[in-house]
Design a protein around this ligand. Structure first.
Ligand code: ARG
Length: 274
C-alpha cells in the first residue's frame, strides 16, 4: 500500500531560529520564564532542513532579525497559491514587524505581495488543500480576512471555527496529507473545532484520519506531508503509527525546543506553490 503514495517535490520558505526566545506569551504554550536553549533550537531546526533536503525538497530562507523571536515560524507570514502571495497582518503587536521582512524577501524573489486589511496569519490559519482553502478563525485570523482571501485567490474558502486556545491556529489542529485532486485527504483533531465546523469537515472529508487529544498535545497535527512522507513530531508516536497503516511514511523530526513557543514543524515551514 505504501508504494501507492506519491510524493511531490515542494518549495519551502523557512527562517533560522538564530534569535529565538520566549519573551512574551501570546498562546498558552508560551511561558515567559521558560528557559530556551537557542543552540539546541538551531540544531533541531537544522535537522528539519536537512531532512527536507534529503527528501528532495527545495528550501529558501529569510534572514532572521534580532528582536523578532517568533520569526522562525515562517508559516505565519503568508499563504502562496498559484504563485500569488497573500501576506500577513499579525494579531499580536509583538509579531507585526515580521511581515516587512518576509514581504521584502518575496519582492526580491519577484513576487507581488497582497497586504491584508484584517488580521490574518498566513498558513497558520489558511490551509490549501489542493481544491480550496480551509480557513481557521476564533483566535487569530479574522472572518473578514477569509473573505479577502477568497476574493484574492478566487478559490473557495471554507471557514472553520477553533475553540481550544491550545490549538489557536488551524495548523495546530489539522494538516493536509495529500493535496492532489485524486487523493485529497486530511488529518484533524475534531475537539479543536465547534460542532458546526466538525460537521463541515466530516462532510468534506469522510475518509479523514482523526487525531486524538494526545496526538494534538504532541504537536502531531503540526506536520508537513509531501503526499507520501509525513514530517512529524516523534512525540506523536500513535498518530505516526496510524499514518503508517494508511500507507504514509512518517519521518520523525524533533523540534521540542520550539514547542516552548507553541510551534512545531509546520509552523516553521511555509510552502511556496508556484
Ligand atoms: N509563538 C508563535 C505565536 O503564538 C507561535 C506560532 C506558531 N505558528 C503556527 N503556524 N502555528 O504566534
Amino acid at each position: 500500500m505504501t508504494d501507492s503514495r506519491v510524493p511531490r517535490r515542494r518549495r519551502f520558505l523557512v527562517c533560522e531560529p538564530r534569535h529565538f526566545a520566549v519573551q512574551y506569551a501570546i498562546n498558552p504554550w508560551m511561558r515567559p520564564d521558560a528557559q530556551v536553549d537557542v543552540d539546541l533550537a538551531r540544531e533541531q531546526w537544522q535537522t528539519l532542513i536537512s531532512t527536507y533536503d534529503a527528501h528532495g525538497h527545495t528550501v529558501d530562507a529569510v534572514d532572521p532579525v534580532p528582536g523578532l523571536p517568533d520569526m522562525v515560524f515562517a508559516a505565519n507570514s503568508a499563504v502562496v497559491v498559484d504563485g500569488r502571495v497573500f501576506g500577513s497582518l499579525f494579531h499580536a503587536p509583538e509579531r507585526r514587524p515580521e511581515s516587512t521582512h518576509y514581504d521584502t524577501w518575496f519582492t526580491s524573489a519577484g513576487y507581488d505581495v497582497h497586504r491584508p486589511e484584517s488580521v490574518c496569519e498566513g498558513e497558520g490559519d489558511l490551509v490549501w488543500t489542493g481544491r480550496y482553502v480551509l480557513a481557521g478563525t476564533g483566535f487569530r485570523t479574522s472572518r473578514e480576512a477569509h473573505r479577502e482571501v477568497q476574493e484574492f485567490f478566487g478559490h473557495p474558502v471554507i471557514s472553520l471555527t477553533l475553540v481550544d486556545p491550545r490549538f489557536y491556529h488551524l495548523d495546530t489542529a489539522l494538516f493536509v496529507l495529500d493535496d492532489s485532486t485524486g487523493g485529497n485527504n486530511i488529518v484533524y483533531y475534531p475537539e479543536a473545532f465547534t460542532p458546526g465546523s466538525r460537521e463541515v469537515l466530516a462532510r468534506l472529508y469522510p475518509d479523514a484520519v482523526l487525531a486524538t487529544h494526545d496526538d494534538a498535545m504532541a504537536f502531531g497535527l503540526n506536520s508537513v506531508s509531501d503526499g507520501r512522507n509525513v514530517f512529524i513530531a516523534p512525540q506523536a508516536e500513535a498518530l505516526a503509527a496510524r499514518l503508517g497503516e494508511h500507507g504514509y511514511v512518517p519521518v520523525p523530526v524533533d523540534l521540542s525546543e520550539l514547542h516552548k513557543a507553541g510551534g512545531g514543524i509546520k509552523c516553521c515551514t511555509q510552502e511556496i506553490r508556484s
